[in-house]
Design a protein around this ligand. Structure first.
Ligand code: BES
Ligand code: MN
Ligand code: MN
Length: 453
């Protein structure tokens, strides 16, 4: 199948032009004002699927941003692979830190710079081009479906409902996803697990208005002080989360798998240097790879309250708020974490303030056994094109809809991603190396080959 390399070589220039067209659309799912751009982006994905050889592709409306569904059915008796991906991107802010504008893609040092260059337009593009190659060269060994959504970066609120309603058209044997990292082309990994998420906004309200801090200070509970104490009590100095019951459902990973995960030999010094910190920090008793992959976490994502403008304003604020997210591991449930957090907040705060908690996002963790047919087909494909056997890796990020898809469609998913940690996804100057883009296009047909064999 070296023809795939020839095919890529011959079509490289066209590929870049097509991917750039996608990267120019600011399909930021978090913003309401993106509506025309989300529509435009969905139509563009549709056109790309049809041009690549899909029998049909359409933009389907949901209660949120549109979904693109497409398929090519060559023989109902053959297996079906469904590609999942997302066309939405994270907001590009802060804009002034970008060296080139986020929606004006550019190639520099053999990397494509743009919001979405990796996550997930670049990786989705590899899937479409691998499909195009197999159709063009008559190499498609099975039926293919595409489910491309526009809400992944906001937790896929509409897709969950959409899947249940469209279960029959989505039926598949396996779900193939390129939306994770490979670590490096020399030391490839396959993501066999992702963390779940439970994300909340908490507010602490005291008096019904900001008060004079001289006339009232000392006599009335200050919501910012109270919230600060509550936050400080959430973790101990050893990095353990202190919410009672939080670890009850955490499954310990056996030493064998832990050993395998650590084979990646993460260079902690380089890792720390890459983000400009003196040293790393985390839960005692676990390596950095383990802290990210197999342990749950709790982080404050944002905090506000009181006066933050210029100079002084002597007030005792009425309200303080915080956004807090937990990353969860297999067997932990977001609903249970929510109950535990509510109970903790009740106990940790005086009657003088009122607490409100709102769920913003939730999703379960994902795991796929290393020795499954799905993952092994991906491992063989990577070994074929990279010449090295990949090792398993647990990714710290989340794709909450994966476990929903698996459950509704009774199919396993495989995460065959080609991103690098240095791609700066969600950050300014997101980028994707051309090498990874082309390796992805070259490798994916081999997954089809081994899976259908
Ligand atoms: N593609 C990422 C997830 C990812 C990236 C997993 C690299 C493993 C390696 C995805 O687009 C993402 O950012 N997910 C969000 C989900 C959240 C918004 C619910 C995340 O993890 O923060
Ligand atoms: Mn993604
Ligand atoms: Mn993302």
């Amino acid at each position: 199948m070296d023809i795939v390399k020839t095919y890529i070589e011959k079509n490289k220039n066209r590929f870049i032009g097509e991917l750039f067209e996608m990267l120019r659309v600011p399909s930021v799912s978090a913003l309401k004002e993106s509506e025309p751009k989300m529509e435009q982006m969905a139509r563009l994905v549709c056109q790309h699927l049809l041009k690549a050889g899909a029998d049909m592709a359409e933009v389907m409306t949901t209660s949120g941003w549109p979904v693109v569904f497409g398929e090519k059915i060559i023989n109902r008796n053959l297996p079906t692979i469904m590609v999942y991906g997302h066309y939405d991107v994270q907001p590009p802010d802060p804009l002034d830190l970008w060296k080139t504008p986020p929606f004006e893609p550019e190639i520099k040092d053999d990397k494509i710079y743009a919001r979405g260059a990796d996550d997930d337009k670049g990786q989705l593009f590899m899937q479409i081009k691998a499909f195009e190659y197999m159709v063009a060269e008559n190499k498609l060994p099975c039926n293919v479906k595409f489910l491309i959504e526009g809400e992944e970066e906001i937790g896929s609120p509409a897709l969950k409902e959409f899947c249940k309603e469209n279960k029959s058209i989505l039926s598949t044997d396996v779900i193939l996803v390129s939306d994770t990292n490979i670590h490096s082309l020399k030391k490839p990994v396959i993501t066999t697990g992702l963390r779940g998420i439970a994300y909340f906004e908490i507010s602490v309200t005291g008096p019904d208005r900001d008060l004079h801090s001289g006339l009232y200070g000392g006599a009335v509970a200050n919501p910012v002080n109270v919230l600060s104490g509550v936050i400080a009590g959430m973790k101990d100095p050893e990095g353990k989360i202190k919410i009672p019951g939080f670890y009850d459902d955490v499954l310990e990973v056996d030493l064998n798998e832990r050993k395998l995960l650590n084979e990646i030999n993460l260079n902690e010094k380089e890792f720390a240097a890459s983000i400009n910190v003196e040293e790393l920090s985390g839960e005692k008793g676990y390596t950095t790879v383990e802290r990210i992959g197999i342990r749950p976490t709790l982080d404050i994502n944002g905090i506000w309250g009181g006066y933050t403008g210029e100079g002084a304003k002597t007030i005792l604020p009425s309200i303080a708020s915080v956004k807090v997210s937990t990353r969860l591991v297999p067997n932990q449930r977001p609903e249970k974490v929510k109950e535990q957090l509510i109970r903790y907040l009740k106990e940790a705060t005086p009657k003088s303030v009122r607490i409100e908690l709102k769920t913003i996002q939730d999703g379960n963790a994902y795991v796929c056994p290393w020795d499954s047919k799905e993952v092994q087909s991906a491992a063989k494909a990577l070994e074929k094109t990279l010449g090295v056997k990949p090792i398993p890796n647990r990714g710290g990020g989340s794709i909450p809809v994966i476990t929903v898809l698996e459950e509704v469609l009774s199919a396993k998913s495989v995460l065959l991603g080609f991103g690098l940690e240095s791609d700066a996804i969600h950050s300014p100057n997101e980028n994707y190396p051309l090498k990874n883009l082309y390796k992805g296009i070259e490798t994916l047909p081999w997954f089809y080959h081994f899976y259908c064999k």
